[in-house]
Every structure is written in structure tokens, then in C-alpha cells.
Design a binder for this molecule. Structure first.
Ligand code: NAG
Ligand code: NAG
Ligand code: NAG
Ligand code: NAG
Ligand code: NAG
Ligand code: NAG
Ligand code: NAG
Ligand code: ZN
Length: 644
């Protein structure tokens, strides 16, 4: 860290050391585990860093954090003393917007792995999937389609590109952003979609110049194709097991599932002792505007499944939120985020001028008022997808009209990709947090070419304004939105801090080619510490759980991650290497759930437990390329032997 910050940390640490010495007067309980000799970043309010630090855990809870001297009286005959050997300890990561079952199904099914593909490469992957399931006649659902990247190199897609595949099966390809699908003629036929079918409310059936459906179904028009594919032959439980295996490996100990109906997968895993994350869930129904039903079903889910309190050594599930979509997604192929000024169109001579489209609304202001009021009256929190500046402003206006300051867990705005300058301070004024996906502030296929031209330079310069919004007082909690992107928290942290990807990290668009290397724009970024707080204590604040999780403090749960190098120290980890931190150990409630087996400090029992969890047949069936999602190259060129 910079010298100035360092002295601030030392000053704060002096205060906390005093606290520790007071606490020392009471005898410490005997610890199950005592870590020693680590660099501990507590992420408490004082930003305490302890070099050569110790941390004691008794029955899943932290009972001492401090110098080795402070904690040594916690050692008893049964205490496991673990020498961290200078490794770095931070709180378990919290991801407040993620889709674990979509991610699990993507890893277990047919996936395009986020690659920017030519038509030929796209067809080859899908044909291989078809050929691997002889005799199958139902829908083939394909995931992780980089539609923007595909469009940049192939032009607008068309169902004919899929109809030439050797199959009679219906095919649905889900775009990475999850808001639109690309289907073949057989799927259109099964959905009874013809040139005469009107667009559903809140959705668009893509059509070519002759009015013929192209096979692209936007937003609310995409639901029926997904429904037809059902669970893709992948049981909910298996999808959950697959997702958890990656979350623990990446240091994520608590998640908020951003859209889900009741299910028993977490209950089953908890009974087995295999629930390796604390799981919060937003109840929601994509496309539905039947608010009384949504809220009553959310309450029923809460009554049935919510565990009222968080328990240190027994991670559980919590159903306290409702999800609603205010608008759609930004890219030019969709133009579905709600904007204050219209998307730009090419006037025919290469000049981009305001067109007529402001985006696709899912609700008007009075409906938004109704869903927010009903949800809060029911004692639930509302998690709102609002991407464009008009969607964000409408939510802020509705909240302002309620004439009160909100608790952070009451109204959360997810994404807020574009925010009007005059709205920036309103989040803090109203008490409304932003759930931000830091990794969207990288140069990427979805921000290139026409995606930039339809927004225009002024709006492009304000996109993903995480640093600016933080500076305006907004509370930013991190949400990966996995599987919209590969799950890679340290890449996301790096992009939050640098506003650029890492060409050496295959999950970064910078690995696709020189066009995506370098800083996105000149906007202020987040500091390393604020970015990490967004994944720890700020995220816990959004989940109203700071008494249990989010920092390493006495009395809180031992949800802990040990990483190889000091993410917060600019000397130990220069900016260009920030995306390459490695998780060595993940603990939840004092129990190891992931251990890197190349690490010498980890006790063999913990490695054995990590291996036991990963020996689940579902985890073993994951194809490596589907996990760290991109395969060797980001872009496949037309020429087979030319790789970027
Ligand atoms: C350990 O914690 C659990 C759950 O928090 C609690 O039920 C149990 O009584 C505790 N055990 C001891 C020995 O304190
Ligand atoms: C399509 O139309 C057929 C015949 O009218 C009907 O049986 C079927 O349910 C329709 N499918 C959908 C998805 O609407
Ligand atoms: C989505 O479409 C369905 C009909 O297909 C309609 O009932 C629903 O209101 C639409 N949702 C939105 C948000 O427009
Ligand atoms: C393009 O057309 C607009 C009118 O729509 C005109 O104002 C502008 O000068 C033209 N630009 C060029 C480069 O021809
Ligand atoms: C909002 O939409 C609902 C449902 O379509 C409609 O009944 C209502 O009149 C609309 N209200 C306003 C103010 O436009
Ligand atoms: C936050 O949690 C506390 C219990 O820890 C509860 O009393 C309070 O009502 C919660 N706040 C909200 C807004 O749900
Ligand atoms: C460590 O894990 C890797 C990958 O899971 C595995 O191939 C290897 O056999 C393991 N090594 C040990 C010593 O357990
Ligand atoms: Zn999402």
C-alpha cells in the first residue's frame, strides 16, 4: 500500500491493539484452531492490518485476532496451530448477485465458453454437443454465447446459421447476459412464432428486413424458449453441487442468488453436511408483473425455507428478498436498457444521431411503486435490476416519493450501468446501495464497435461509474452475475481498481486480442481496499448481516480466505499482477471447505475434506474448460491455424 495509507493503518491499528489488550483480561476460550504468522486484513472499521498476526477460532466463531502474544492463551491440548508462513488472510468473499443454478447448468451442459466465435466455430461446438447425445430428441440448450462478440465478426446472426446443423432437434442458445436467446427454426415452430406473431409485452421477436423472424428473441420474448428447454436434463441438485465447487475454490463463502423459485437443493446439501456457502435468495419470476402473487409466493418461500438466524458452524439458506427487473440490457443487439435519451442510430452517412428507441421497460412508475411498497410492507427486501439511467432514476424517484431513509437491505439496485450525473448523490441520500459488477469496467466485446456508437461518447464516458459513485457516497456491494461472466473475483477486483483486464487472464476480454487491452476510460476507479470491502463488509451490510460476516473480528463467524500474495500491498502485488491472486484456503464457520493441495501449511485433514467435497461425481464430471470458462484462446479466427 502507499506510504500515506500505511501510516493511517498504523494509527488505526494502535487503537485496535488497545482493544485487544482490554479483551485479554477475560480468559480466552480454548481454540479449535489458531492461525499464526499471517498477514491479516480484518476489514474492520479501522482497516486493521496485522503483520505476523494470529487468529483463534472456537466452535466456528473468531475468539481472538491480534498479535501472536494476544491470542496464545487460547491454545489448549486440542488446538490445531497452523503456521500461515506469511500468507495473507482476508474475510470470506460475499457475492451479492449471482445465478448459481444457471452457472451449474452451464458447466454441466453444452457451452460455448464465452468465446468470440465465427459461424463455423459456433456450429462445430454445437454439432459436437448434438453428436454426443445420440437418440436425444428434446431441446438442446446451449449457454455462454458471446452474442456481441459474434455479431462484431459475423454481422447480425440468423436462424439459417443454426438450421444447417445436422439435427431435427430444437436448439436454444442463451446469450451470456441471459436476457436473450438465439434459436433455430424448429424452436420457433414449437413456440408457434411466425412473421405474424406480435411481440409480447416487454419483449421483441427479432425480424429481418422482410419481417421474417431471425431466431433472436429479446427479453420477455425469450422466456418461452428457455421454459421449453426445462432443466436441460440437469437436476437442480447437480447444478447446485457444481456451482458450490467453484464458489469455494474462488473464496466465496456467502452468495445472494439473484432470481430463484423455491427448491430443496440447499436443504438436501445441508443435511449431507455439504452446503459450503451461506445462501441468500431473491424470489422472482422472470417476466411476471403479477405483484400480489410474486410477494405472496416470496413470503411462502420465506416461511418454508428461510433460516431465521445465521449460524456460525452450520451455513444455511435465507429467503428474504424479492427480485424484479425494471429494464433489460445495454448492448446494441438488444438496446433494452431504459435510457433518458434514445439510443443513437446511423443517419446513413456514418453520423450517429438520436433515434426513437429508449429501451424496453418492464413496468411503469406506478407498477414499480407497487412492487416496492408491497415487498417492503411484507417485511422483505427488494433487489431491482436497473441498468440504464432512466431505469435507475425511476427507482430513485419512487423511493424519494416514499419520503424516508432506507436501511441498506431494503432496496438494492443491481447493475446501475449508466447513471445520470445529477443522480449520483441520491443513492447515499436515500440509503440505497448499488450492487455492482466491477468486471464490466473492462474493454470488452459488449462495449466495442456498434455497442459504443449507439450510446455515443458522452454516455460511454460515464458507464460503470463505480469509483465516481463510491466517491458520491453510494454503498457498493459486489455481484459477479456469474454465469454472465466467468467466476473470477480477483479479476473483478483488479478491474474495479484498474478499469482494465489482464491479457494473461483468460477470463478477461484483454486475452481476446489487442483491441481489448488497456484502460476502458479515464473515470476514477476504486481503491484496492474499497473494492475488497465491496466483496466483504459492504456486501454484508447489504445483506443486513454485519453482526456475523464481512470482517475478521472477535465474535464474528470464522468465514476466512487465505490467499497467496498480499492483494492490498502494491509492492507485493503490482497493478499488472492484481488479477492473479490465488486462493489457498477457504473456511466457512471455522471449517475448511477448499484447500489448495500444493500448499504446505494446510493440515492434511483439511485437504482430505476438500478432496472429499470435490470427489462428488458431479464435480468430477465437470470438464475443466467449462469451469474457468474460456478455453485456450479467446477468439477463433476464420483460419483454423491462426490463434490469438
Ligand atoms: C457451538 O455452536 C453451535 C451453533 O452456534 C451451538 O449450538 C453449540 O452449542 C456450540 N457449542 C459449544 C460447545 O459452545
Ligand atoms: C403451439 O400451437 C399448438 C397448436 O395450436 C399448441 O398445441 C401448442 O401448445 C402451442 N405451443 C405454444 C408453446 O404455445
Ligand atoms: C411478458 O409476457 C407475458 C406474456 O407472454 C405477459 O403476461 C407479461 O406481462 C410480460 N411481462 C412484462 C414485464 O412485460
Ligand atoms: C451527415 O448527415 C447530416 C444530416 O443528417 C449532416 O448534418 C452531416 O453534415 C452529414 N455528415 C457527413 C460527414 O456527410
Ligand atoms: C401502468 O401500467 C399498468 C399495467 O399495464 C396500467 O394499468 C396503468 O394504467 C399504467 N399506469 C400509468 C401511470 O401509465
Ligand atoms: C436486520 O437484522 C436485524 C436482526 O439482526 C433485524 O432486527 C432488523 O429488522 C433487520 N433489518 C431489516 C431492514 O430487515
Ligand atoms: C492435488 O489436486 C490435483 C487437482 O485436483 C490432483 O490432480 C492431484 O492429484 C492432487 N495432489 C495431491 C497430492 O492430493
Ligand atoms: Zn443477474
Amino acid at each position: 500500500m502507499a506510504p500515506a495509507v500505511n501510516s493511517l493503518l498504523l494509527a488505526c491499528f494502535a487503537g485496535s491493539a488497545l482493544g485487544a489488550s482490554i479483551a485479554q483480561r477475560a480468559p480466552l476460550p480454548i481454540a479449535d484452531t489458531l492461525f499464526v504468522n499471517g498477514i491479516i486484513h480484518t476489514l474492520d472499521s479501522g482497516s486493521t492490518t496485522i503483520n505476523g498476526g494470529a487468529l483463534a477460532i472456537t466452535n466456528g466463531t473468531i475468539t481472538c485476532v491480534g498479535e501472536e502474544e494476544d491470542c496464545k492463551s487460547a491454545v489448549g491440548a486440542s488446538t490445531k496451530v497452523v503456521d500461515l508462513n506469511g500468507k495473507v488472510m482476508i474475510p470470506g468473499l460475499i457475492d451479492t448477485h449471482v445465478h448459481p443454478f444457471d452457472a451449474g447448468r452451464a458447466m454441466l451442459g453444452c457451452t460455448l465458453r464465452y468465446r468470440q466465435l465465427t459461424q463455423e466455430a459456433l456450429r462445430k461446438i454445437i454439432q459436437d454437443c448434438l453428436d454426443s447425445q445420440p437418440g436425444e430428441t428434446g431441446m438442446l440448450t446451449v449457454t455462454e454465447f458471446d452474442r456481441e462478440g459474434f455479431t462484431s465478426i459475423n454481422g447480425p446472426g440468423n436462424k439459417a446459421m443454426l438450421d444447417s446443423l445436422k439435427t431435427t432437434r430444437p436448439i436454444t442458445i442463451i446469450a451470456t447476459n441471459q436476457h436473450n436467446v438465439f434459436v433455430n427454426s424448429r424452436t420457433l415452430q414449437l413456440l408457434n412464432i411466425t412473421r405474424n406473431t406480435p411481440d409480447p409485452q416487454g419483449g421483441i421477436i427479432g425480424r429481418d428486413a422482410n419481417g421474417e423472424p431471425t431466431g433472436f428473441l429479446e427479453e420477455n420474448a425469450s422466456g418461452p424458449a428457455r421454459a421449453l428447454g426445462g432443466d436441460r436434463g440437469i437436476p437442480q441438485l447437480n447444478a447446485g453441487i457444481a456451482a458450490l465447487s467453484q464458489l469455494r475454490r474462488r473464496g466465496v463463502t456467502t452468495i445472494l442468488d439473484a432470481l430463484q423459485a423455491p427448491h430443496d437443493a440447499w436443504t438436501t446439501l445441508k443435511q449431507r453436511g455439504d452446503l459450503t456457502a451461506r445462501v441468500f435468495t431473491c424470489f422472482g419470476v422472470f417476466g411476471s408483473t403479477d405483484f400480489p402473487t410474486i410477494v405472496s409466493q416470496a413470503l411462502a418461500a420465506k416461511n418454508q425455507l428461510d433460516e431465521s438466524t445465521l449460524v456460525a458452524n452450520a451455513p444455511g439458506q435465507h429467503w428474504r428478498n424479492v427480485k424484479f427487473f425494471i429494464d433489460g440490457v445495454l448492448p446494441e443487439v438488444s438496446e433494452a436498457s431504459l435510457l433518458l435519451e434514445p439510443y443513437l442510430v446511423d443517419n446513413g452517412n456514418g453520423t450517429w444521431v438520436p433515434g426513437k428507441n429508449f429501451g424496453i421497460p418492464n413496468a411503469n412508475q406506478s407498477q414499480i411503486q407497487e412492487i416496492i411498497t408491497r415487498t417492503l410492507d411484507a417485511g422483505l427486501g427488494i433487489h431491482l435490476h436497473a441498468s440504464g439511467d432512466a431505469a435507475v432514476r425511476t427507482v430513485l424517484n419512487v423511493a424519494a416519493a416514499m419520503n424516508r431513509h432506507f436501511q441498506p437491505s431494503e432496496i438494492g439496485i443491481a447493475h446501475a450501468e449508466l447513471v445520470a450525473i445529477e443522480d449520483r448523490t441520491r443513492f447515499a441520500e436515500l440509503g440505497i446501495p448499488i450492487i455492482a459488477s466491477y468486471q464490466w469496467a473492462q474493454k470488452a466485446t459488449y462495449g466495442a464497435d456498434k455497442n459504443a456508437l449507439t450510446l455515443g461518447p458522452e454516455r460511454m464516458s460515464r458507464l460503470q461509474a463505480h469509483g465516481t459513485l463510491n466517491n458520491a457516497g453510494a454503498l457498493l456491494a459486489y455481484g459477479s452475475d456469474w454465469p454472465v461472466d466467468p467466476l473470477d473475483p480477483f479479476l473483478a477486483l483488479a478491474i474495479g481498481v484498474l478499469r482494465k483486464g489482464d491479457p494473461q487472464n483468460r477470463n478477461a476480454h484483454a486475452s481476446f486480442g489487442p483491441q481489448f487491452v488497456g484502460r476502458l476510460d479515464d473515470q476514477p476507479a476504486l481503491s484496492r481496499e474499497v473494492a475488497l470491502r465491496g466483496m466483504t463488509i459492504f456486501a454484508a451490510t447489504y445483506l443486513n448481516s454485519t453482526s456475523s460476516i464481512g470482517s475478521l473480528e472477535v465474535g464474528k463467524f470464522a468465514d476466512i480466505v487465505v490467499i497467496d500474495r498480499d492483494y492490498l500491498d502494491e509492492k507485493a502485488v503490482p497493478d499488472d499482477e492484481l488479477a492473479r491472486n490465488k486462493v489457498l484456503l477457504t473456511m466457512i464457520g471455522g471449517k475448511a471447505v477448499f484447500a489448495d493441495n500444493s500448499t504446505s501449511f494446510i493440515p492434511t485433514e483439511w485437504l482430505a475434506e476438500s478432496n472429499r467435497l470435490d470427489s462428488d461425481p458431479v464435480v468430477k464430471s465437470l470438464k475443466p474448460g467449462n469451469i474457468l470458462a474460456r478455453s485456450l484462446t479467446g477468439r477463433t479466427c476464420g483460419s483454423a491455424n491462426h490463434r490469438h
